[in-house]
Design a protein around this ligand. Structure first.
Ligand code: TYD
Ligand code: MG
Length: 452
């Protein structure tokens, strides 16, 4: 019998080599090669299971508007861009224990309640264990089927008898395909399983949810390597100690990206948070320096969040710029602008910035707020509680407008804010009447004058 051939595969990028290498020539990663059985090469070659359709004229292609499956959980539907698209492959990533399995089980339960046949495949838990979780969220619909298994080929076989419309695979790291010899969770396996599921979704019109753990070490391939293979990528985030969980769409072929849905983890599963701005602002402290509310855009809707700063004298040679929820580089940059253009000395000050509620913000509209709270904390002067601010700040200290000014202001009015700080230019773009005092600033010097 011929000796079984093995190859070495980089677990970071998938590069293959006949011999072990210390450093991957492709991605430069050290010590990332793992020995795997070489593919036998016979299975799928030469077999054409899905012959192509004829090319079709674009004006003759019909789309069914009602095609999306609505789950009835509006935070989830909106994050996906209006419901689940049949035939789509959706990856749900997140830290272990954040609530991915709970969320998706609740989703398939709701679909099953509408009479849609759904199958929940778990490679990590037994059917009894899934049932225990399902009891907590009272999921007991007759159209919801459970299956425990790890071999993809076996799972696909079961699909033919059951013909479910929506399938969940929990998790991608636990499932393996027989056509590869490597261990479940290795980069080769997760890629191969995902691409097989992708073709299954496309050819059968079934929607598939893939759950993937984000891992810190490279031993188990995380969802990052799958992002380009799937239609939609959702990340379920949130601090384990916070009750709030945020579902964020980072890639979506069928809807807007950066859309977020907010949930709260309860005893009986996840509950939607319909008005996130309100809950993010609920626990605001009164009249302390270094706090302001900013109006940012999460996908298609405005979101008000409180940001806080603490500026204090540093005992280090290089003062700290520590942030939670915003990019620390951006804060360093804004601190430098404030020093140079606003004449505020921060060279011996530590700066800590926090976004309340465990949410992450990465739009430049936060700049004006960050500058305001740094100045406020440094001088220990509170900013009026009814103030909301947003705008981008450039390196020469100029304040620039951001998109959707009107939408952001209207959300602030709705939540009872009566004063706003925005860029002077943005005021001109306002068409409708805004029921609040709108202060325009064109530079950070002007901002400091208004604030202090
Ligand atoms: P889980 O969905 O198992 O996380 P993941 O699949 O992302 O690893 O959720 C685990 C956590 O959620 C666990 O700490 C228990 C908690 N939980 C609740 O607080 N309430 C509930 O109703 C359920 C089902 C779980
Ligand atoms: Mg799980």
């Amino acid at each position: 019998m011929a000796k079984e051939r093995t190859i070495f595969v980089c677990q970071n990028c998938g590069y293959k080599a006949p011999k072990w290498l210390g450093r991957c020539p492709d991605c430069g990663m050290w010590n990332s090669f793992v020995e795997e059985r070489a593919e036998t090469g016979q299975q799928d070659k030469g077999r054409r299971r899905h012959p192509l359709d004829r090319p079709q004229r674009i004006d003759t292609v019909a789309i069914d508007r009602e095609a999306r499956h609505k789950t009835g959980m509006s935070e989830f539907d909106r994050t996906l861009g209006g419901g689940i698209v049949p035939g789509s492959l959706v990856l749900v990533g997140g830290d272990p224990g954040i609530g991915k399995s709970t969320l998706i089980l609740q989703i398939v339960h709701r679909l099953a309640q509408q009479g849609l046949r759904t199958l929940y495949v778990s490679g990590e838990e037994s059917v009894q264990q899934i049932k225990m979780r399902a009891q907590r969220i009272s999921a007991d619909s007759s159209e919801l089927y459970l299956l425990s298994g790890t071999c993809l080929e076996d799972i696909i076989e079961r699909l033919d008898e059951l013909t479910p419309r929506v399938i969940v695979i929990d998790s991608i790291q636990a499932i393996y395909t027989e056509s590869l010899g490597s261990a479940p969770g290795s980069i080769g396996q997760v890629r191969e399983v995902t691409s097989k599921l992708m073709s299954l979704a496309k050819s059968s019109g079934r929607a598939i949810f893939l759950i993937g753990h984000v891992t810190k070490d490279g031993a188990i391939a995380g969802p990052k390597v799958l992002e380009h293979l799937v239609d939609t990528v959702l990340y379920f985030e949130g601090d384990g100690s916070h009750m709030y969980r945020i579902l964020r769409a980072v890639k979506n072929r069928y809807g807007p990206t950066n859309e977020i849905g907010v949930f709260e983890m309860m005893d009986n599963g996840l509950e939607e948070v319909g008005n996130p701005s309100k809950v993010f602002l609920e626990e605001r402290s009164t009249d302390v320096s270094g706090s302001i509310v900013i109006s940012c855009i999460g996908g298609s809707r405005p979101l008000l969040v409180e940001i806080q700063a603490l500026v204090c004298t540093s005992s280090l040679a290089i003062p700290r710029r520590t942030t939670i929820g915003v990019d620390p580089n951006r804060v360093s940059l804004l601190a430098a602008v404030l020093t140079k253009r606003g004449g505020v000395n921060l060279s011996d000050k530590d700066i800590f910035i926090n976004v309340a509620g465990g949410i992450k913000i990465d739009e430049p509209a936060i700049d004006l707020g960050v500058i305001s709270i740094i100045a406020s904390s440094l001088l220990n002067k509170p900013i009026a509680r009814n103030t909301v601010a947003f705008g981008e700040v450039g390196l020469s200290g100029e304040v620039r407008g951001v998109s959707q000014t009107e939408l952001r202001l209207k959300e602030a009015v709705k939540l009872g804010f009566s004063r706003s700080l925005i860029s002077k230019k943005s005021i001109k773009t306002l068409k409708g009447k805004i029921d609040m005092e709108v202060i325009g600033v064109s530079s950070i010097q002007e901002l400091l004058e208004v604030l202090l």
